[in-house]
Write a protein that binds this ligand. Structure first.
Ligand SMILES: NC(=O)c1ccc[n+]([C@@H]2O[C@H](COP(=O)([O-])OP(=O)(O)OC[C@H]3O[C@@H](n4cnc5c(N)ncnc54)[C@H](OP(=O)(O)O)[C@@H]3O)[C@@H](O)[C@H]2O)c1
Length: 315
């Protein structure tokens, strides 16, 4: 048996439980986890995000991202060897074999990859979902050099990576975020930081970017606020939502393109992200490292929009 933060049923409060070590299938790796990375996706899954659409296993162990060492490889595994350090997105069917635990299994076809030599285990666990989402969001807009990127909800995990990667790819970066995060976001590469305040965000962004932003990456606004903020994007620019706020049809009334990003994790996207780390274009910022016992309280913080940057769980 191993310790895990899990829920016995959908929408139950996550708590520390003893769970059995899952068997390793022929195409799977069993990984001794060193760190898990926390994402809002973790508690959204426990709340039933995929209920009725994907098979689940209970108690459902939370956690998608992790980093650790391969301690067993199924007979058909080809990409990895015993003792190799790996990281990535461990989410697979049945949903529930998560990473908030010391040992888990993952199919080798998942978005998992060897940990780049320059990356520590905590940083590797912080990177996958938020990093891939930021990179995929920025890649939707085509060439980046000399263009401007506006990020809403920039304090969080995806936002922090979007600032870092946007800066590395040559975007001019404007971050909308709570003032307590401004200094940190500037240190990550934001050229301008703005406190969105109530209702004044578009005018403030237009004062900084009179021609309008080329790309908006919105990580927090519902449809109405998303449509309003897209008023800070130039005609012909693109507004991307990670929470499904873009309207069907792909276009807003002001001639701005709009799209919902649904991350499709893949080994190739993870490897492109790893390449940015190896090339020293991306340093992974870990804001908080907590114990498994502290994870339920950190989940409550995330639900309340109080998380800042990336939090990892030591295992
Ligand atoms: N569609 C996809 O494939 C996909 C992939 C990854 C993530 N997501 C979603 O994208 C969103 C951002 O992800 P993340 O990992 O960056 O999350 P996060 O670390 O929790 O950050 C979210 C940020 O949004 C802002 N925010 C303001 N009010 C909020 C509220 N009431 N509740 C929550 N956040 C609030 C905060 O930043 P400020 O203080 O700067 O405003 C917060 O740091 C989440 O909803 C996540 O589930 C979707």
């Amino acid at each position: 048996m191993v310790r895990a933060v899990a829920v016995p049923e959908f929408r139950a409060a996550p708590r520390l439980l003893e769970v059995p070590v899952p068997p390793t299938g022929p195409n799977e790796l069993r990984v001794r986890l060193e760190f898990a990375g926390m994402n809002p996706l973790d508690w959204k899954i426990a709340d039933g995000l995929y209920e009725g659409r994907r098979p689940h296993l209970f108690p459902l162990i939370l956690g998608v991202d992790g980093a650790g060492v391969v301690e067993e490889a199924g007979a058909d595994v080809r990409r990895f060897r015993l003792g190799e350090r790996v990281f990535g997105s461990f989410l697979h069917d049945p949903v529930g074999l998560g990473t908030y635990t010391t040992t888990t299994v993952v199919p080798e076809s998942n978005a998992v990859a060897p940990v780049p030599a320059s990356l520590g285990a905590a940083e590797a666990a912080a990177l996958p979902t938020a990093g891939m989402t930021a990179l995929a969001g920025l890649e939707t807009a085509g060439p980046s050099a000399g263009r401007t990127l506006l990020i809403a909800g920039a304090s969080g995990g995806v936002g922090s990576f979007a600032v870092l990667i946007g800066h590395a790819l040559g975007f001019g970066v404007v971050a909308l975020a709570r003032p307590s995060s401004h200094a940190r976001l500037r240190s990550l590469g934001a050229d301008r930081t703005i406190d969105p305040g109530p209702g004044a965000a578009v005018a403030q962004v237009r004062a900084e970017l009179p021609a309008g932003a080329d790309l908006l990456l919105d990580l927090m606004d519902g449809p109405e606020a998303f449509g309003r903020l897209a008023g800070a994007v130039r005609t012909g620019g693109l507004a991307v939502s990670t929470i499904g706020a873009a309207p069907p049809g792909g276009r807003l009334p002001n001639g701005v393109g709009a799209t919902n990003l649904n991350l499709a994790p893949s080994p190739s996207l993870l490897e492109r992200l790893g390449r940015l780390v190896v090339d020293r274009k991306l340093a992974v910022p870990v804001e908080r490292s907590i114990s498994l016992e502290e994870a339920p309280a950190a989940i409550s913080d995330s639900r309340a929009g109080r998380s800042s940057g990336k939090t990892v769980i030591r295992l």
